[in-house]
Design a protein around this ligand. Structure first.
Ligand code: UDP
Ligand code: GLC
Length: 394
């Protein structure tokens, strides 16, 4: 039998989110690369649907009921949520029959796809983008997810070795796992011009000569916005751009960061920009990109983006980040939740601009070669081939 390539298979991607998180932005590129063969089913409506449609990707929405409210750091889902899961699984199964494989892009989507795959007799692949460990997830959730993968996933594509290792530590079968690092679309970085820095700074009302640190991420305690604020308090005169929104309802946490900036007397040099779609330009306009996650980051697209923007990146040494940055060579790594260490790293970059620029150039070259979207899509295609040819063999 000749092996069928992934490019010939019809894929139904499933994602629970309607907002644009990193998992969704990665799927946006992936689904686009599969062209006509891909369809995306979202379990919530929102800007992700619009973004997919704008790229010409076929997209449908099938909203979750009570299952949508299940928190990943809580215990097992309620009976109501399970009943909803069964109902949605039936609907997804109906759609899945027109495809060769179900491809779940999030944990909630995997639960739904696992059931739908059983009903429709279709293999299920889980793109695992989370570190299945406490306190990211409750213990019950971790065990259930790993065991469900063992019995229902034809393959698991992990976004880093750290993500893969956590899956195995949770009881997941190593043989299921293929590691594919995220890749970023280079096009918007290639479109930056020598005028970008001046234009962006003018539009933001930033002094042209200010030293600017920028942090990009949704508001969530584990993304570490407070660490940047504490570090900034040790760096007089330095400005910060804090870019991102409370995508999953963390509005009180977001408001607390505004309050903290005021308390520290830094409101005039901390700029909260909300959700933006011009990340490459904002990164280029900064002097340093800070990644501040206090828990292990599964991958961290923002780290790669900072490198692609040609700016020195200081990131936390945990999760998948050390797979992206080689310490001291293509970026700097600091311990998680260590504001003095972050401040010291930023100070060092400010004091040694030539060394910082050289490090940024090495980072940019590494990111272009290893973390670009074409590499990612080709690797996902190969992983899918391996997984589905194995399914066909047994
Ligand atoms: N991002 C964005 N607008 C914002 C803030 C972030 O488009 O205002 C993007 C950012 O460029 C990155 C993604 O959101 O591509 C976040 O992905 P990452 O893997 O860093 O973290 P996640 O949110 O997936 O945990
Ligand atoms: C998740 C992770 C993030 C990763 C992204 C894309 O949202 O939190 O670290 O980069 O997925 O795989």
């Amino acid at each position: 039998m000749t092996a069928t390539s992934a490019s010939q298979r019809r894929i139904l991607f499933v994602d629970h989110a309607g907002v644009l998180g990193g998992a969704e932005l990665s799927l946006l590129d992936l689904a686009t690369s599969f062209g006509e063969r891909a369809e995306v089913l979202l379990l919530a409506d929102g800007p992700f649907r619009t973004a997919l449609a704008a790229k010409g990707v076929r997209v449908e929405v099938e909203p979750l009921g009570a299952l949508g409210a299940v928190r990943k750091d809580a215990g097992l889902p309620s009976l109501g949520a399970l009943v909803d899961a069964a109902a949605i699984a039936k609907k997804v199964a109906r759609r899945a029959r027109a495809h060769d494989v179900l491809y779940a892009n999030s944990q909630k989507a995997f639960v739904v796809a696992a059931a739908a795959g059983l009903l429709a007799q279709r293999p299920v692949v889980w793109h695992l983008r989370d570190i299945l460990a406490e306190p990211h997830f409750s213990r019950a959730n971790i065990m259930a997810a790993a065991q469900l993968a063992n019995v229902r996933a034809a393959g698991v594509i992990a976004n880093s070795h750290a993500t893969a290792d956590a899956f195995v530590a949770a009881g997941g079968h190593r043989a299921l796992v293929h590691v594919v690092h995220n890749g970023i679309d280079l096009t918007p970085f290639d479109a930056l011009t020598p005028g970008t820095v001046v234009e962006v700074r003018r539009a933001l009302g930033l002094p042209a000569d200010a030293f600017v640190v920028a942090m990009f991420g949704r508001f969530h305690p584990w993304k570490g916005q407070p660490v940047l604020l504490e570090a900034l308090a040790e760096l007089p005169g330095v400005h910060a751009l804090i870019v991102g929104a409370a995508l999953f309802g963390e509005t009180a946490f977001e408001a607390a960061q505004h309050e903290r900036a005021r308390e520290l007397g830094m409101a005039d040099r901390v700029h909260f920009l909300g959700f933006r779609d011009d990340i490459p330009a904002l990164m280029r306009a900064a002097n340093v990109i800070a990644h501040t996650s206090v828990l292990p980051e599964p991958f961290g697209r923002v780290v790669v983006e900072g490198m692609l923007a040609g700016r020195p990146v200081v990131a936390t040494r945990a999760g998948g980040v050390p797979e992206i940055i080689s310490e001291g060579d293509t970026g700097l790594l600091v311990p998680p939740a260590d504001a003095p260490a972050l401040a010291a790293a930023i100070r060092g970059l400010r004091e040694h601009p030539a060394a910082a620029a050289a490090m940024a150039a090495r980072g940019e070259a590494r990111a272009r070669a290893h973390f670009n979207v074409d590499v990612m899509c080709a690797q996902v295609g190969r992983a899918l081939d391996a997984i589905l040819n194995e399914v066909a063999r047994v």
